[in-house]
Design a protein around this ligand. Structure first.
Ligand code: PEP
Length: 259
């Protein structure tokens, strides 16, 4: 079964509205002016700007194949949750995707497996496509516990998600030691974990279609130089890209690599 590749850019805390629009204008030339969603001829392309940049980027991306995602979501609909954002606020802003469980949220902002699950469920309940990040620390890789960590994170993140709802889930395998460090996982290291995640999906869901159709992205210092090898792997269905998503020429080259 073929899976439409995904190239997703995580802008993190970079680019204000004007800078974001400038980047989108350059990228639009790359992805064309269609409105077909996941096209036959190209990867699904998603950009995830900071919250305040979202409306301007949604407006700038209109009429193109570019989709816009947020970098987080709270599980409550509204209330006393300073600094958080709800699913309905995101959908009202025209957002279609959301990242949850990024390692920077887990490392610096106390995100746990349980809160990642709550955020993922909230994204699905609001009709968003959720990009859920999992990945091991360097110490965990060195200790030989990578697969145990990934299994724990995937099981916890997907608790309460049924097979039908998995259509709205994209998994991003991001070894923490490769994020923003320039140290990319080898194609073999990445493929091994991706195949492990796909096998785990087979165990978790009775319907084999879930494992066959769920997109599993690689993230961690992906750039135009290493993307072709990674994207050629059988279980790697695209990339979640940080640094290289901020430069139009590099992100465009990654989109081309996924074609
Ligand atoms: C990320 O933040 O998800 C990421 C993969 O960053 P980078 O590409 O910069 O390593």
């Amino acid at each position: 079964m073929s899976r439409c590749k995904v190239i997703a850019g995580n802008w993190k805390m970079n680019l204000n509205a004007a800078q974001g629009v400038e980047l989108i204008e350059k990228l639009k030339g790359e992805v064309g002016g269609c409105s077909c969603g996941c096209c036959d001829h190209g990867p699904e392309v998603v950009v995830c700007p900071p919250f305040t940049t979202l409306p301007a980027v949604v407006a700038a991306a209109k009429g193109s194949c570019l989709k816009v995602g947020a970098q987080n979501i709270h599980w409550a609909e509204n209330g006393a949750f300073t600094g958080e954002i709800s699913g309905s606020m995101l959908t009202a802003a025209g957002v279609t995707h959301v990242i949850v469980g990024h390692s920077e949220r887990r490392q610096y902002f106390g995100e746990t497996d349980a809160t990642v699950n709550q955020r993922l469920l909230a994204g699905l309940a609001n009709g968003l496509t959720v990009i859920v990040c999992v990945g091991e620390l360097l110490s965990e890789r060195v200790a030989g516990t990578t697969k145990a960590v990934i299994e724990r994170q995937v099981r916890a993140a997907l608790a309460g998600v049924d097979a039908a709802a998995m259509a709205g889930v994209i998994i991003a395998y991001e070894p923490v030691w490769a994020i923003g460090t320039g140290k990319v996982a080898t194609t073999e290291e990445a493929q091994e974990v991706h195949a492990f995640i796909r096998a785990l999906l087979k165990q978790l869901f009775a319907c084999p279609c879930v494992a066959e159709t769920t997109r599993i992205l690689y993230g961690g210092s992906m750039n135009p130089g290493n993307a072709v090898g990674l994207l050629a792997q059988k279980d790697i269905d695209g990339g979640l890209i940080g640094g290289a998503s901020l430069k139009a020429d590099q992100f465009a080259a990654l989109i081309r690599a996924a074609r």
